[in-house]
Design a protein around this ligand. Structure first.
Ligand SMILES: NC(=O)c1ccc[n+]([C@@H]2O[C@H](COP(=O)([O-])OP(=O)(O)OC[C@H]3O[C@@H](n4cnc5c(N)ncnc54)[C@H](O)[C@@H]3O)[C@@H](O)[C@H]2O)c1
Ligand SMILES: O=P(O)(O)OC[C@H](O)CO
Length: 376
């Protein structure tokens, strides 16, 4: 019997992208180059005018020509009108305050996609969770996109891959179809937790890499931190329900490599400035774009503590940010809980099914008892 051929899913006609910074504008270009009719919401009318009149966003993407089928508007309602998919690319800490304004313009079937890589300070919530709280929309209409995606390289049309994740595979596929063109390919999965945490956690490791780079340490130190960083990311994400293989994929290892290696990364750059001796406030002043890692350190450490996950790299980054650790003393890969040699893998069931956090918390509780209540 002949195999039934599935009709291809139709590409959506109207898409909105909210946030005309470097990633929002680049993603709008990806979608427009994939054939959709894209409207970009820019807060500043003069930026919307520049995009419409000269097809440029010179503040964020110098030298990049934007496609004709990409328009911009400073009016949120105009950007969202009739949009089948709405992509959000603004700093994570500002998401919640923007959601209410979006409600009146959401269609009954609109899909909302987070392009952001942070967690909310105070709540520790991932961006898809903030969206689920702030919008009247079911899980199946929320998606996230992540991966090794340095905006400027993609804006220059260098071949790149990403992953789109949603609780609904159908939604992930519909979004991936929109976000695929001749230079950009989107894969799909349904592990929203792993995909989002991958993007958040690699920022923190990239800050650590920037710090050691700024201090002047070489490739051995960086490779040690990147490798141990992946273990730290995986332990954390699995403790929160992620599939370990997601952390070895584009949204984990892939993004970790890109962000740790590239001077284009803002998180890496912020770390390098810290390593060169600038204080936290000077670094924030010098960064005119979003370095999500700086705001995510504290909430991630709280979440790690709640599940008994040890994160020596993130802990030392937070100490450097607080000014309590001299950057030249940063060496998270030398940190151990015991004098005994440790296995390289912290998971010990051989299948990566999250015994780490349970074992880690039991071990820490035991060590604390043994040491009379002091932290091991
Ligand atoms: N730049 C990249 O290479 C890249 C790649 C992947 C993911 N991301 C993620 O995308 C998100 C946005 O990053 P970006 O690089 O576009 O940042 P950006 O600093 O270049 O741009 C941020 C945009 O958000 C707008 N904005 C700032 N405060 C706002 C507020 N209160 N309300 C509404 N809009 C506000 C700014 O005007 C600007 O248009 C971040 O979470 C980042 O981690 C960035
Ligand atoms: O510039 P960064 O450090 O925010 O990194 C950008 C992207 O997340 C890389 O995938």
């Amino acid at each position: 019997m002949a195999k039934a051929v599935k009709a291809p899913v139709a590409r959506p006609r109207r898409i909105a992208v909210l946030g005309a910074g470097s990633w929002g504008t680049t993603f709008a270009k990806i979608l427009a180059d994939g054939g959709s009719d894209v409207v970009l919401w820019a807060r500043r009318p003069e930026l919307a005018r520049e995009i419409n009149e000269v097809k440029r966003n010179s503040d964020y993407l110098e030298g990049i020509n934007l496609p004709r089928n990409l328009r911009a508007t400073p009016r949120l309602g105009e950007a969202m009108r009739d949009a089948e998919q709405v992509f959000v690319s603004i700093p994570s800490q500002t998401l919640r305050s923007n959601l209410e304004a979006m409600i009146p313009f959401l269609g009954p079937e609109t899909i909302v996609v987070s392009l952001m890589k942070g967690v909310e300070k105070g709540t520790g919530l991932r961006m898809s969770e903030v969206i689920a709280q702030g919008l009247p929309i079911e899980q199946e209409r929320i998606a996230v996109a992540s991966g090794p995606n340095l905006a400027l390289e993609i804006a220059r049309e260098q071949p790149t891959a990403a992953v789109v994740s949603s609780a609904s595979l159908e939604t992930a596929q519909a979004v991936a179809i929109s976000a695929t063109n001749r230079y950009f390919r989107s894969f799909v999965n349904t592990d929203v937790i792993g995909t989002e945490f991958g993007g958040v956690l690699k920022n923190l490791i990239a800050v650590a890499i920037g710090i050691v780079d700024g201090v002047g340490y070489g490739e051995n130190t960086k490779a040690s931190i990147i490798t141990r960083g992946l273990v730290e990311m995986t332990d954390f994400a699995v403790a929160y329900g992620a599939q370990p293989e997601t952390l070895s994929g584009l949204a984990g290892l892939g993004d970790l490599i890109a962000t740790c290696e590239s001077p284009l990364s803002r998180n890496n750059t912020a770390g390098r400035l810290l390593g060169q001796g600038y204080g936290f406030h000077d670094v924030v002043k010098q960064m005119n774009q979003t370095a999500e890692g700086l705001a995510s350190v504290a909430p991630i450490l709280s979440l790690a503590e709640a599940r008994g996950v040890d994160m020596p790299i993130v802990r030392q980054v937070s100490q450097v940010l607080a000014g309590t650790l001299d950057p030249k003393d940063i060496a998270p890969h030398l940190t151990t809980d015991s004098d005994e040699p440790q296995g390289e893998r912290t998971t010990d069931d051989g299948q990566g099914h999250g015994r780490t956090s349970v074992w880690g918390s039991l071990k820490r509780a035991f060590d604390q008892l043994r040491d009379g209540g002091r932290r091991p």
